[in-house]
Design a protein around this ligand. Sequence first.
Ligand SMILES: Nc1ncnc2c1ncn2[C@@H]1O[C@H](COP(=O)(O)OP(=O)(O)OP(=O)(O)O)[C@@H](O)[C@H]1O
Ligand SMILES: [Mg+2]
Length: 327
Amino acid sequence: MLLELAKAKKILFFGGKGGVGKTTVSAVTATACAELGEKVLLISTDPAHNLGHLFGRKIGSKPTRITAGLDALELDPHEIVNLHLKEISSALHRLMPSNLYSEVDKHVTLAKDAPGMHEAAMLERMADVVEDGLKDYDKIIFDTAPSGHTARLMVLPEIMSAWTEGLIKRREKADRFAEFVRELGEDTSMQDKTIGNADDSEQERESQIRQILLRRRHKFNHLRERIADSDMTSFVIVLAAERLPVLETIELHEQLKQANISVDCLVVNKRAPADSGEFLKERQEQEEIHLATLTGALPVLPKQDIFLRAHDIVGLPAVEAMAKQLG
Ligand SMILES: Nc1ncnc2c1ncn2[C@@H]1O[C@H](COP(=O)(O)OP(=O)(O)OP(=O)(O)O)[C@@H](O)[C@H]1O
Ligand SMILES: [Mg+2]
């Protein structure tokens, strides 16, 4: 079921509660697709850098070859925020007279910890990675951070796009970016130093800022369209057949539904194998009870079971061995 779904979509997100196996299952799916001859890019949006731990090697923010047909990369929020602010700062430098550079830099440094900054930067990077990735790869697979964070990121393109829209439409109101620029524009020391007509340069600045915001809005809208396009993108929730992961799955499914994101498969990982003694038999019976709750809440969603293995999954051979059992 999971492999069939993976074959049919270009973008797959794996989400779910902490520790249920998102990184493992997304890597196994990516490896299985690569073995079928597809070019796959596996991306982690989790600051904990799980992919490197799983494959037992360093994976950075650039695509790193894991095996034939499979590249991986880890998006690092800190690195992304720094890069993002550097871009903003150099854009502002281009728009401002040089005597205000240090003022601009001070504001940009303060913005580093502003609410939503990490998410906005992460989202912009995701938008870029998806657009570039779709050119170079057949499939993009996201291993995401635990539920709450992921759901926030998934609805964020909409929020961000509304936010930039607001900035564009109502700059005269209280947006931080435009207000900051306007304040600087009203700064008399700047007007003294501005070359040429102050009104013209003010207008020029406004239109350049507008361009930056429009570009950003376009990126967010585009990412939102891609994520909401159910022919192209699907979200897979990974869970364990335990009480809390089941409850969180039902909740995450609801949040994604509200955001118009289609969940097409549930992966029930670490299932107790049958015929492995009395202890696991008891666990299996308990799992059935939790899974009945899940089926009651989400009756039409197909489920794929993955059995608990005796050992942790570490290194490419272990991932490949699991991938062989997917099909
Ligand atoms: N089917 C399985 N059998 C045995 N161990 C498993 C299985 N799936 C995952 N594991 C192990 O469970 C642990 C957690 O898995 P993983 O890192 O994939 O979860 P995660 O959901 O990505 O966690 P996090 O929320 O921290 O990102 C790892 O040690 C992994 O090797
Ligand atoms: Mg993980």
